[in-house]
Design a protein around this ligand. Structure first.
Ligand code: ADP
Length: 676
């Protein structure tokens, strides 16, 4: 039994194929995870990296509490089941199953036989134990290879397309059996398939991949109901979701959707309440998606939903027995044979008699409409909305959002007038307590620049010469100015609570970090540094960049015949790096490590004014209420620094910046690989 943690995992094959790109996932003990996606999307490569059969280019793989990047496959306590069974043809089933156990040499022959018999019973292959694999059917062989995995009682089962050599009927049967086996063994399973039906029926969570990039990780139901992009929407579900180019126009409490040959439907705004307002202008083309099963033919539904009803003709009927798939064409000048962007596919009860060319009236379920950006294909009504676009009237340092007023911080000294505010849903705050300081006093978290390290540290430098700075107090006050707002609704999504308010006529979404008090009204304020503002003249005041990036490289200094110090040159200043950082860099880049360009990133709280460090010039001070930040220039690069109570800085000052090395992110710039 084991949990797994995949942190920024990359695989670049010789020749430069980036097969897996920044795979991040936490897998809990006993989960049944399915990796699914079209051929070549990187599923098997990821599985093989977990198994230890493929080297990890960059990133960290943990099984349980151990980092296993460099652990031999046989020592990872996992078992892998392959598509082609990989049985030894000259051995009996019993010998095949006992083989790995015999190699271990710590089990008696009786114990081995007991385990083999038990596994054989579980898999219903006890009667074949003395046969050779060639005397078994495909399904029976796959059971033997499962048995060979079970006898080892591994912590993790890895299965690579185990059913794809079987015929459809057997595949369906084995699906159920593998699910049953997972329950019985109560162990973590990771299963690779290109078949979305297998994924949907077996996985507790599914990872959808494309071109080496994870598209979405969620439960089967959530993937089906809330696909995050058009690819996931199209990949999950058969027949495929219908997609149409469409425009959306807000009209009071309804939204008019125009699509497919100028067809118009109207849906309650409530159904699309999460749709971003910039798409509701009646002009911007979006992709509308509706699943065949969400277009209804039955009379009651059509009568109840006149505003989403459409008249069309039946083109093709595919009678599949349990359902009929009907192809219709919304443009009378076209036929429904080819997908022309106006073809609509629906699922119909097979007991209904239908004929080709028959006119029908259908209605779309307004609550099951999906919308995607036409270019990026990303959902424009994500389950957890990322940002609220709000119209606000500024008057005397206050902003009025449809009657809800907030005081603006000094950083936004706006002239009176109308502005548009982009307020991220995670910018609302609900408690007045100061945030916990992430580091304790004296915590050796800060690394001082290279030349400031005393000689006695020099030897230890290889493992990170760390010298605490005097002040590591990070506490910063909460931003002031709470306002009471009425709660319209709340929704729990995974570990997140999503609150909905209304500022005037506009819905506003806010992520609650578990601190909002219960009740009809909540008291909230806005973390203004996350907000960007657009004036009537179109000029944008951007939000404060919370990720700083500086260029760097790895350097070495000879300290003896065979002794070196390794360091990180960041913007021309050398910092000691920890052994952890060095190892990651060596793993990813090998001997080229001193030649590669690095992008070093860090947040404004992980950089500090110090006596020595990277030289910078303070360009601007921004006061967001209780928090202030200095925007500094390091050469051409901007770096935002949180200003602590003891800091005395003003625009125009020359300062020195020390970095919290343990909090740095490092990206290999040319290949775009996150190393840390
Ligand atoms: P999947 O399992 O999703 O079909 P794979 O993980 O097998 O995909 O492959 C992902 C990508 O990596 C593909 O483009 C494939 O061609 C490439 N690839 C796989 N193995 C190798 C290899 N040994 N050398 C070079 N490229 C490889």
């Amino acid at each position: 039994m084991a949990s797994l943690s995949l942190k920024h995992i990359y695989k670049v094959y010789d020749g430069g194929v980036k097969a897996v790109n920044d795979f991040c996932m936490e897998i809990e003990d006993k989960e049944f995870i399915v990796f699914v996606g079209p051929s070549g999307c990187g599923k098997s490569t990821t599985l093989r990296m977990i198994a230890g059969l493929e080297e990890i280019t960059a990133g960290e793989l943990m099984i349980g509490d151990d980092v296993v990047n460099d652990v031999e496959p046989k020592d990872r306590n996992i078992a892998m089941v392959f598509q082609n069974y990989a049985l030894y043809p000259h051995m009996t089933v019993r010998e095949n199953m006992a083989f790995a156990l015999r190699l271990r040499k710590d089990l008696s022959e009786e114990e081995i036989m007991a385990r083999v018999d038990e596994a054989a019973k579980k898999l219903d292959i006890a009667q074949f134990l003395e046969r050779k694999p060639r005397a078994l059917s495909g399904g029976q062989r796959q059971r033997v290879s499962l048995g060979r995995a079970i006898v080892r009682s591994p912590k993790v089962f890895l299965l690579d397309e185990p059913l794809s050599n079987l015929d459809a009927k057997l595949r369906a049967q084995m699906r159920t059996e593998i699910s049953k086996l997972h329950k019985q063994l109560a162990t973590t399973f990771i299963y690779v398939t290109h078949d979305q039906v297998e994924a949907m029926t077996m996985g507790t969570r599914i990872v959808v991949m494309k071109f080496g990039v994870v598209q979405q990780i969620d439960t089967p139901k959530n993937l089906y109901d809330y696909p995050g992009n058009k690819f996931v929407a199209g990949f999950i579900g058969t027949p495929q979701m219908n997609f149409f180019n469409a425009t959306l126009k807000r009209d009071g409490e309804e939204i008019e959707i125009t699509f497919a040959n100028d067809r118009k439907i109207r849906v309650p705004r409530e159904c699309l309440v999460k749709a971003k307002s910039k798409y509701l202008d009646g002009k911007t083309v979006v992709t509308m998606g509706i699943r065949p099963e969400d277009i209804h033919f039955d009379e009651d539904f059509v009568k109840a939903n006149p505003k989403t009803a459409l008249d069309t003709n039946i083109g093709i009927i595919e009678a599949l027995g349990s359902e009929s798939i009907v192809y219709c064409e919304l443009d009378p000048d076209r036929d429904s044979i080819s997908d022309s962007g106006t073809r609509m596919v629906l699922k119909v009860d097979p007991r209904i008699t239908l004929s080709i060319d028959q006119p029908i009236r259908v209605a779309l379920d307004p609550a099951r409409i999906h919308l995607f950006d036409h270019e990026t294909e990303v959902s424009i009504m994500p389950r957890v909305p990322d940002v609220n676009i709000l119209e606000g009237k500024v008057l005397a340092g206050k902003v009025d959002f449809g009657g809800v007023k907030f005081a603006l911080p000094p950083a936004f000294a706006l002239a009176d007038g109308k502005y548009r505010f982009a307020v991220p849903s995670d910018a609302f705050r609900f408690n007045d307590e100061a945030e916990e300081a992430p580091i304790a006093e004296g915590d050796p978290k800060y690394v001082v620049p290279f030349d400031a390290v005393p000689a006695e540290f020099a030897k230890k430098a290889f493992v990170g010469a760390i010298k605490p700075l005097a002040h590591t107090d990070f506490a910063h006050d909460h931003i002031g100015g709470s306002v009471e707002v009425e709660l319209k609704s709340e929704e729990t999504i995974g570990k997140i609570k999503l609150l909905r308010f209304a500022f005037g006529d506009d819905p506003v979404f806010a992520i609650d970090n578990g601190q909002a008090q219960d009740g009809k009204k909540v008291s909230t304020d806005i973390d203004w540094k996350k907000v960007s503002i657009i004036g009537a003249d179109g000029k944008e005041l951007p939000s404060l960049a919370l990720t700083n990036v500086l260029h760097g490289k790895m350097v070495k200094e000879r300290t003896g015949k065979k002794d070196f110090n390794f360091g990180l040159d960041i913007a021309g200043k050398i910092f000691y790096s920890t052994e952890y950082v060095q190892q990651k860099l060596f793993n990813a880049a090998g001997r080229k490590v001193f030649d590669i360009k690095l992008d070093v990133d860090f947040d404004p709280y992980s950089v500090k004014f110090a006596d020595d460090g990277i030289e910078a010039k303070v360009k601007r001070i921004s006061n967001f209420g209780a928090e202030s930040f200095a925007t500094c220039l390091v050469g051409e690069e901007k770096v935002n620094v949180f200003i602590r109570p003891e800091d005395k800085v003003a625009a125009g000052d020359t300062v020195h910046l020390a970095l919290d090395i343990s909090a740095l992110g490092i990206v290999e710039a040319d290949r775009g690989i996150r190393i840390i």
